[in-house]
Design a protein around this ligand. Structure first.
Ligand code: NAD
Ligand code: UDP
Length: 317
């Protein structure tokens, strides 16, 4: 049976990855310091014999006893609200944390998979974005702690591949949504759902004409698992090319929630990318992957989960 380590395994994406790999018969060691993740995300996995949870900050030396077939480095604050609040931590987990995870992979002879981001393209001047596009990133702007940390992490991953012979892969993840996002993480979809369900004004930034292309979590995880067990170095874009304006997204969420909440327009953050859509030609061709869940279905499933989660939070308060 193969065994993997997942840093950031108690986060939104990490917890879905843990679940999927366990279901595939893989043993999983989850390493997380809960800075933005929640123990509750993996609580139900603690009774699985193949699952182990280690509370640890991966910017400190990282050791995992026993063999590992792969190290998946997913630890990092990921929502703008989180990384604005944690700028140094974000840069450190992208730099020192990535190096520690690469060293672990090298020591174990394991494949290394880096969770990179569409933010590597910044505010793109090429649309949709193929992996060959180098991006348009402000190195000293308000999002730079995240964008540049990930770009450095990609460069470090390539250096370990070329100079140290580590088998590496890089996935550039585009906006993904689904159960276990935090209602307060500030990202558009969880924010809009929580506002719509509470009947509060839905806060659309700017005039809402900026676009994102949103992928349901199960589709994303399937693409990541295919890349994990492939030989591809990447970077490989994984995301759903279905592009919506943020105003369209807000209206769709409101409708699917059956909510009468008003839409209110709030100031747009500086350097907020205007458009984003993955070119997934490479993933289609090399991994035989493409997303399957329609945005209305994915949003409906996510809204159902949020209804229960918000009830739980209200009961606990
Ligand atoms: P998340 O915040 O839910 O998960 C990140 C996890 O990493 C959390 O559990 C957090 O506690 C943990 N973590 C952070 N710093 C750590 C440290 N120093 N040591 C140990 N654990 C640490 O975010 P997410 O949306 O699940 O994102 C997971 C990864 O995917 C991130 O690397 C993110 O950059 C990348 N990504 C996500 C998206 C998306 O749409 N969700 C898009 C692009 C890239
Ligand atoms: N956004 C918004 N209202 C919110 C939160 C976000 O209009 O309450 C906008 C944000 O300005 C951006 C888009 O939605 O244009 C996506 O933001 P998110 O934080 O979800 O993802 P990212 O900017 O990282 O792609």
């Amino acid at each position: 049976m193969s065994r993997v380590a997942i840093t950031g395994g108690a986060g939104f994406l990490g917890s879905h990855l843990c679940e999927r790999l366990l279901a595939d018969g893989v043993e999983v060691v989850c390493v997380d310091n809960f800075v933005t993740g929640r123990p509750a995300n993996v609580e139900h996995l603690l009774r699985e014999p193949g699952f182990r949870l280690i509370e640890h900050d991966v910017t400190e030396a990282l050791q995992v006893p026993g063999p590992l077939a792969a190290v998946l480095h997913f630890a990092s604050p990921a929502s703008p609200v989180d990384y604005y609040r944690l700028p140094i931590e974000t840069l450190l987990v992208g730099s020192t944390g990535t190096q520690n995870a690469l060293e672990l992979a090298q020591a174990k002879g394991a494949r290394f998979l880096l969770a990179s981001t569409s933010e590597a393209y910044g505010d793109p001047k090429v649309h949709p974005q193929p992996e060959t596009y180098w991006g348009n990133v402000n190195p000293v702007g308000p999002r730079s702690m995240y964008d540049e940390a990930k770009r450095y992490a990609e460069a470090l991953t390539m250096a370990y591949r070329n100079a140290r012979g580590v088998d590496t892969g890089i996935v550039r993840i585009f906006n993904t949504y689904g159960p276990r996002m935090r209602a307060d993480d500030g990202r558009a979809i969880p924010t809009f759902i929580a506002q719509a369900l509470r009947g509060e004004p839905i806060t659309v930034a700017g005039d809402g004409s900026q676009t994102r292309s949103v992928c349901y979590v199960d589709d994303l995880i399937d693409g990541i698992v295919r890349l994990l067990w492939s030989w591809l170095p990447g970077p490989v874009n994984i995301g759903n090319p279905h592009e919506l304006t943020i105003l369209e997204t807000a209206r769709l969420v409101r409708e699917l929630c059956g909510s009468g909440a008003p839409i209110t327009f709030v100031p747009r953050p500086k350097d907020d990318p205007s458009v984003r859509q993955p070119d997934i030609t490479l993933a289609r061709r090399e991994l035989g992957w493409e997303p399957r869940v329609a945005v209305t279905d994915g949003l409906a499933r996510t809204i159902d989960w949020f209804r229960a989660d918000l009830r739980e939070l209200a009961r606990a308060a």
